[in-house]
Design a protein around this ligand. Structure first.
Ligand SMILES: [Zn+2]
Length: 273
């Protein structure tokens, strides 16, 4: 922990599932209430979906059937909002309203409009993470926000093997002049440390906000992969690298007692090992 006064997260508010009718936060849970509030990290479920368990097949199928016996598991697409000082920082942006993502209505339910988002830290360029940056017409949803993403991720999706992706190209056009790249390891926006977490995509990045790690897509099924981090999903671009990253991140989180906020973790979306 770099600076204890700025590293404390006083309150973590969990917003209701996007499939429910309630637009207000369903549950409020206060963590470490004796600590003076410095940052607020809010987990927002953009959408819930059924994820097929065959994405883990072919590695240890006996174990897979024991732990995940059904064809599908309930999964989640999450976005995290960090309120730090005068900044409203999003981590990823979910699927987008045109894909039934509910980020914007949930932000509205806590009194925050898209124009009030100051920064958006992107873990990687998959559509369920950047789709929410764009309207159905390809315009920027967040008119005052600066995007932050890794130089490696930008390179692979623009001149590397993943180039010519429609959503990525639209994002870069819509936010032209309003994005900044970092090199993994750099510190950005008021002390957020960027960490290489390669494998899921070649430039997949985690963020250490002080008290919590925003871990992106290092795991797609926590029931399986916390105990068996050696198992990768077919969504992982480089399954071997993803496995090494997952093992190392879990070790770090355990050793440092750091909660992990995951973009596909089920409610409450932030876990502590
Ligand atoms: Zn994802």
């Amino acid at each position: 922990m770099k600076n204890i006064t700025f590293a404390l997260i006083a309150a973590i508010t969990f917003l209701a599932s996007c499939s429910g009718n309630g637009d207000k936060p369903a549950t409020t849970e206060t963590v470490e209430p004796e600590i003076q509030k410095k940052d607020t990290l809010i987990a927002i479920q953009d959408c819930q979906h059924k994820m097929p368990t065959y994405i883990f097949a072919g590695q240890n199928d006996k174990l897979l059937h024991e732990i995940l016996p059904d064809d599908y598991i309930d999964n989640s697409i999450n976005v995290f909002l960090l309120e730090r000082g005068d900044k409203n920082i999003l981590f990823d942006a979910g699927l987008g309203t045109s894909q039934n993502g509910r980020l914007l209505e949930k932000l509205d339910s806590i009194g925050l409009q898209p124009d009030e988002i100051t920064d958006i830290c992107i873990t990687h360029f998959h559509g369920d993470h950047i789709g929410g940056l764009l309207t159905a017409d390809g315009e920027a949803v967040f008119k005052n926000a600066k995007l932050h993403f890794s130089d490696m991720e930008l390179e692979i999706w623009t001149v590397g093997v993943l180039k010519d992706n429609e959503t990525v190209d639209k994002m870069l056009k819509a936010y032209d002049g309003r994005y900044e790249t970092f090199h993994a390891g750099d510190t950005i926006i008021d002390g957020i440390v960027t960490i290489a977490a390669y494998g899921h995509t070649p430039g997949h990045t985690m963020y250490d906000i002080g008290e919590t790690l925003i871990v992106g897509d290092i795991m797609h099924a926590i029931d399986l992969q916390i105990e068996h981090p050696e198992i990768s999903a077919i969504y992982d671009f480089n399954p071997v690298e993803a496995r090494e990253t997952r093992i190392s991140v879990l070790e770090t989180a355990r050793k440092n007692h750091k909660p992990m906020a995951g973009m596909h973790f089920p409610a409450p979306h932030i876990i502590k090992l």
